[in-house]
Ligand binder design. Structure first.
Ligand SMILES: Nc1ncnc2c1ncn2[C@@H]1O[C@H](COP(=O)(O)OP(=O)(O)OP(=O)(O)O)[C@@H](O)[C@H]1O
Ligand SMILES: [Mg+2]
Length: 181
């Protein structure tokens, strides 16, 4: 079950990985009022027909499982945006790739908690093999960017026990440098 926005972001990046993307860019920007997320991949994309279905928040099991508090994947995103006055969109072209975008109002009480971005980024950076994930992150005016390719060059195999410790310290320090709002 989803707990935080970071879980949701991880699920969406997971979709890109499942679509066999070799390049994924995740952008997560926070301002005092808003959270803005863009996930772009060069995976297999979706046909116009599939895209229409996934855009419909009631296409998923949402209707069949009315008592489930949250949906999964894209239905969860669209439900959250709809319930809280945010926006969510998905563009996709078969054989080219997919872009998922959402903006949520941080002050809305129904927007889930943000969660632990360091752990989410760690998990995504060490998942799978042939995916170059780039993360662009900002809070207010401060920002940083990391890519899996660069981290690989600097730290070697990211799944190495030693690399994992360094990777976590590195991402945590980048996050700390962003400060808080
Ligand atoms: N980045 C993407 N590229 C290509 N197809 C996608 C992408 N994201 C979603 N899809 C398509 O939309 C469908 C619905 O995605 P969603 O995340 O809601 O559910 P799921 O991935 O099938 O299941 P779950 O996330 O619950 O494991 C996917 O099965 C896939 O066909
Ligand atoms: Mg999914």
């Amino acid at each position: 079950m989803h707990a935080t926005l970071c879980d949701m972001i991880m699920d969406l990046v997971q979709n890109s990985i499942e679509a066999d993307a070799s390049e994924i860019t995740l952008s997560v920007e926070e301002t005092e009022e808003k959270l803005m997320v863009v996930i772009t991949d060069n995976g297999k994309g979706m046909s116009a027909e599939t895209l229409e279905k996934v855009k419909d928040p009631f296409y998923s099991d949402g209707l069949k499982h009315r008592h489930r508090k949250v949906g999964l994947g894209l239905p969860f995103l669209f439900q959250t945006a709809e319930m809280t006055g945010g926006t969510a969109g998905i563009e996709s072209q078969e054989g080219v790739g997919t872009t998922v975008t959402f903006t949520l109002d941080r002050s809305n009480v129904d927007v889930p908690m943000f969660g632990d971005f360091t752990t989410a980024a760690m998990t995504l950076m060490t998942y799978g093999f042939d995916v170059n994930l780039k993360i662009e992150r900002s809070i207010g005016e401060k920002n940083y960017a990391i890519s899996r390719a660069e981290l690989n060059d600097a730290l070697g195999d990211l799944n190495d026990a030693e690399s994992l410790v360094l990777l976590k310290e590195f991402i945590a320090s980048q996050e700390a440098d962003l400060g808080t709002l």
